[in-house]
Ligand binder design. Structure first.
Ligand SMILES: Cc1cc2nc3c(=O)[nH]c(=O)nc-3n(C[C@H](O)[C@H](O)[C@H](O)COP(=O)(O)O)c2cc1C
Length: 369
């Protein structure tokens, strides 16, 4: 599923196994192949250390660069160290639910190559808390690893599942993400409502307070929110002890991909067509929560220009996933180069100066890519 990985496989190991053939494969098999290759150490590590200009600190986490692998790629914590070695500043594993879960029936993952987009309705397929905990406990590395937690689809109380997630992973993760924004678990997004979110955060943060170390907690939200819904979320957040937001998950909107093959598949749309919507929501939430709350921007980053725009809209760090499927791991280096030259061009001290320079224009919709 990852271009650089596939070209590596073609040239060095698997002969004819080219990027194009990976992209022609069933998307889930291609993804599994990428995970296997990373696991086997077949993807070359980063050659040079990152420029110091890229180093940043979010919530006390020292990142070598602000680019993270988004949740969903390594759902079961099989390759977070490999991802760090190939150059990601941090990696978010999960979503993990208390019990292992098969997810939805296949097919449930679709590429829309004309727009560099993906639709998925995976439905939190994952190995469950115990297995992921075991894997993470065996890691001995400097890699910054966050754990994205969720709820089992047949749970009688979603909030209880998040509390279990906090309890299980607070002692061994660098940060936690409470993911209430997947469109593929019925009722999950309802937790974004005022009362439900209040209870969820109250109980999750109370559980965090019981752990020995105070692990930063982020809330990951959907881009499919109107002004009132954003107001409600912001109100709950500013009255809470939460550390930050991740904006955004996939969208259920199909306006940007109308008429394309697979565009009507149920699930969440990600990749390039998500960029403007998710970036606008990010800026709109930035205006609501103020400058001090950390926001990780994710959704449609596909170039250095879009990475810079995400930061300019108000993000402190970024994540990506879908574009790697179409552009390959080379994209990571391309984005880093672009970020470094943007910092240098503006004579900034480091990457954090790129954050929030254009929030108002992104929030109003004046700016788009
Ligand atoms: C196949 C797939 C699976 C995903 N699974 C998860 C998940 O388990 N938990 C989560 O919070 N986000 C998940 N996401 C959403 C991504 O983390 C990200 O928020 C979204 O794809 C937008 O970023 P992108 O456009 O760079 O892909 C998934 C995305 C894709 C494409």
């Amino acid at each position: 599923m990852l271009k650089s990985l596939s070209s590596f496989l073609r040239s060095k190991t698997f002969g004819d196994f080219s990027r194009d053939s990976l992209l022609k494969m069933d998307p889930e098999i291609a993804h599994q192949t990428s995970i296997s290759a990373l696991k086997m150490g077949l993807v070359p590590s980063q050659q040079r250390a990152d420029s110091k200009l890229l180093a940043t600190n979010i919530c006390g986490l020292e990142l070598k660069n602000p680019i993270g692998m988004a949740a969903g790629f390594d759902k079961n914590a099989q390759v977070p160290v490999a991802l760090s070695k190939i150059g990601f500043g941090f990696c978010e594993v999960g979503t993990v639910t208390p019990h292992p879960q098969q997810g939805n029936e296949k097919p449930r993952l679709f590429r829309l190559p004309e727009k560099q987009a993906i639709i998925n309705r995976m439905g939190f397929n994952n190995h469950g808390h115990d297995e992921v905990f075991r894997r993470l406990s065996e890691i001995n590395s400097e890699a910054i690893i966050g754990v994205n937690i969720g709820a089992n689809k047949d749970s009688d109380d979603f909030v209880k599942d998040y509390v279990l997630g906090v309890k299980k992973f607070a002692p061994i993760s660098d940060y936690l993400t409470i993911n209430i924004s997947s469109p593929n678990t019925k009722g999950l997004r309802d937790l974004q409502g005022f009362e439900a979110l209040k209870r969820l955060l109250f109980e999750s943060l109370a559980e965090r307070a019981r752990a020995k170390i105070r692990v930063p907690i982020f809330l990951k939200i959907a881009p499919d929110l109107d002004e009132k819904e954003m107001d409600a979320i912001a109100k709950v957040l500013v009255d809470s002890d939460i550390d930050g937001l991740i904006i955004s998950n996939t969208t259920i909107d199909r306006e940007t991909v109308k008429g394309l093959e697979h565009s009507e598949e149920l699930g969440g749309l990600s990749g390039k067509p998500l960029f403007n919507l998710s970036t606008r929501r990010l800026a709109q939430m930035r205006l609501r929560v103020g400058d001090d709350m950390v926001i990780i921007g994710v959704g449609g980053i596909h170039s250095s220009q879009s990475a810079i725009a995400k930061l300019n809209a108000g993000a402190n760090a970024i994540q990506l996933y879908s574009a790697l499927v179409f552009c390959g791991m080379e994209l990571l280096d391309e984005i880093k180069l672009g970020l470094v030259s943007a910092v240098e061009k503006n004579s900034f001290k480091n990457i954090s100066s790129l954050s929030g320079t254009n929030t108002i224009d992104w929030a109003s919709g004046k700016l788009e890519l």
